[in-house]
Ligand binder design. Structure first.
Ligand code: PA5
Length: 445
């Protein structure tokens, strides 16, 4: 179950502000359900939890178990929507926190992510680390031509071919890309890599429940069937609840706050497992909503760490922020504070309490202090970090993001702004045919 607690909004929004937005929310939600809005060709994520390709799904499970048998490490090479979802949900489920020994006992490969940066030292460190470890590679790129992931793939392909020989390397490479277009698709067909399809009607940041996220998540030991089930359950629930549903109310609240001058939404969590989830969430909302010189800037904090750094700004800095707490009712593991007969640190008043209780108190105390300091905040609680709940959370935020974007009159499904840096970069790197632009740019740097 997902619960939205809005008690700390009462000093910031009066009820009619949300009431007056209901018509817009309904219209936006109808565009998501029925199409007809800008970007309508990218609504494939909406029916995905119900109408996914079962045959491919079973094949993903087979390949995931082959990866687990053959490899100690799985490299996921992709950028943006082509890796953030897998990383977010694999880490939310916990293997990040487990020891290497426990992972080995369960035959779960370590998952490393490449192709999302241009840091030479990092590439070399990862290749050194791979050393004589057996590994598989999942190259993920919908366009098949994104520079960062394509470069990672070239390096790793050569590294693998040198280590295993061309045939065995091909047996260990999994390509997730378009069904027919792009350089990656061509290469995959020529070299005989196992290939998975990113459907035409699903954009990168909405693709975590396609093979993009499913293959690495399944290889990491997540039960992807339960995840699809969670997403499906929340979709059906939301369709029933319509604009009364928590995802749509959340979209309305953020739009109401944005229109009152709250320009930044800070996603706050006390759970370490949700650090990478915040990165997925930031991409989903940032790339969907930051358009036409408008939109809420998505930021994130990880508490308690950031209470002792950015906490000062949240409490007392520019009043342009609102905060969304993401809370988990039952922790994956819990810990009790022990008694100390000497009590020299004077913490015995906490003895017997669970860490999770202290965390909840810290969250409530923070939410209250921030509201008193002028930061409207809301709390979204999920029962636990299991696959069903994570699947629900995915659909919750995808739906909220689409509705929110339509309410703010932008196309939530394109990302033309991302092309600007690429154009400059390719020109400056001397890509044939871009000489004029390169000349102009060189005069400016
Ligand atoms: O959400 C998106 O569409 C983007 O973030 C893409 O996922 C990202 O740019 C990577 O693109 P590609 O999968 O084509 O390499």
């Amino acid at each position: 179950m997902l619960d939205l607690d809005v008690k700390h909004l009462q000093n910031f929004l009066v009820p009619h502000e949300l009431e007056y937005l209901q018509g817009q929310a309904q219209a936006a939600w109808d565009l998501i359900k029925n199409g007809g809005g800008p970007g309508q060709d990218f609504l494939g994520w909406f029916d995905l939890p119900i109408n996914y390709d079962r045959e491919e799904f079973d094949w993903i499970l087979e390949c995931a178990s082959k990866i687990r048998e053959e490899s100690e490490v799985l490299i996921v090479a992709g950028i943006g929507g082509s890796y953030l979802g897998a990383k977010a949900f694999i880490e939310a489920r916990g293997p990040l926190m487990e020891t290497v020994d426990s992972r080995k006992a369960q035959h779960l490969p370590e998952i490393l992510y490449l192709g999302n940066n241009l840091s030479p030292a990092y590439y070399l460190d990862v290749m050194d680390y791979l050393g004589d470890r057996d590994f598989s590679l999942n190259i993920v790129s919908k366009s098949g031509g994104t520079l960062e992931s394509a470069l990672a793939f070239r390096l790793l392909r050569q590294f693998m071919e040198a280590k295993y020989g061309e045939k065995e390397a091909a047996n260990r490479i999994y390509a997730t890309t378009d069904k027919s277009k792009g350089k990656l698709k061509t290469l995959a067909s020529e070299k005989g890599y196992e290939s998975f399809v990113i459907p035409d009607n699903i954009g990168g940041r909405y693709s975590v429940l396609t093979a993009v996220g499913l293959l690495p998540m399944a290889a990491a030991g997540l039960d992807i069937g339960r995840m699809m089930q969670g997403a499906q359950d929340y979709k059906l629930q939301l369709e029933k609840e319509d604009i009364e549903g928590a995802a749509i109310r959340y979209a309305m609240i953020r739009n109401a706050l944005y229109r009152k001058g709250y320009r930044i939404e800070v996603l706050a969590s006390f759970d370490q497992e949700l650090k990478s989830f915040s990165e997925w969430w930031k991409q989903l909302f940032g790339e969907s909503e930051g358009k036409d010189q408008r939109g809420i800037y998505p930021a994130s904090v990880s508490y308690s760490t950031d209470l002792h750094s950015l906490g000062q700004f949240l409490q007392d800095g520019s009043r342009i922020l609102f905060e969304t707490f993401l809370s988990v009712a039952e922790p994956r593991r819990d810990l009790e504070i022990p008694q100390d007969p000497e009590d020299k640190d004077q913490l015995n008043y906490l003895a017997g309490k669970k860490f999770s209780e202290i965390q909840n108190i810290a969250l409530e105390a923070t939410a209250l202090a921030h509201a008193d300091g002028g930061v409207p905040n809301l709390k979204l609680t999920l029962d636990r970090l299991d696959e069903e709940n994570l699947g629900m959370l995915i659909f919750f935020f995808e739906a909220a993001c689409g509705v929110s974007g339509y309410m703010n009159a932008i196309n939530p499904f394109d990302q033309e702004g991302v092309e600007a840096y690429k154009k400059n970069m390719f020109a400056l790197m001397g890509k044939p045919g871009m000489e004029d632009l390169a000349q102009q740019l060189k005069g400016r740097i």
